[in-house]
Design a protein around this ligand. Sequence first.
Ligand SMILES: Cc1cc2nc3c(=O)[nH]c(=O)nc-3n(C[C@H](O)[C@H](O)[C@H](O)COP(=O)(O)O)c2cc1C
Length: 194
Amino acid sequence: MIKPMSQKLNILAISGSTRLQSSNHQLIKAVASLAADVAHVELFDGLTNIPHFNPDSDHDNPPAEVVAFRHRLREADAVLICTPEYAIGVPGTLKNAIDWTVSSMEFSRKPVALITAGTSGFKAHESLLGTLLIIESNIATTAQIVISGVKTKINQEGVITDTATLEKVQQLIEALVAVVKEEPVPLMPRPSLF
Ligand SMILES: Cc1cc2nc3c(=O)[nH]c(=O)nc-3n(C[C@H](O)[C@H](O)[C@H](O)COP(=O)(O)O)c2cc1C
């Protein structure tokens, strides 16, 4: 049961899928609906406009789309990433956007929840989790889940039809909110660089 809070959190949702009928978009809708009493979930729709990452452009005057992305991340109380797996990896558009934040550190100490939803998803999940942790995101142990066979677990209206998945998503929301509120929840350990 997700308890309502006095002031709603602002959660920025990022989908790793740019597909129109994306299951990951549906999952974001599901989270927005399940968390409606405690949070506004806003979809970041500018992922495909972010230029290819180039360290030479990652200076005092980066591209406007990057400035806007960084600003949205800084303003958010928390970030929700829902992504598919492509060729046992993280979709390039998503990884590209995250690479722009390594030097500017918007993910550092940011409460983050990660859902990897695809046919399988485990490889991309492991990889992206490692990336998010090395850039210092605060991720509760129950705020990161893989949803394999996602197309059989959510419908086009954004309703999660699989009971076990629904429970995990509810736990993920609770854990994300707890991290924002700085409640004592177990966090994923940070990996060492080398
Ligand atoms: C180019 C491509 C590569 C894919 N590779 C994988 C993969 O390695 N592992 C996996 O679990 N699913 C893979 N899939 C399937 C997607 O994860 C699955 O279709 C997912 O539902 C897509 O997410 P979406 O519905 O949000 O677009 C791939 C799909 C595409 C288009």
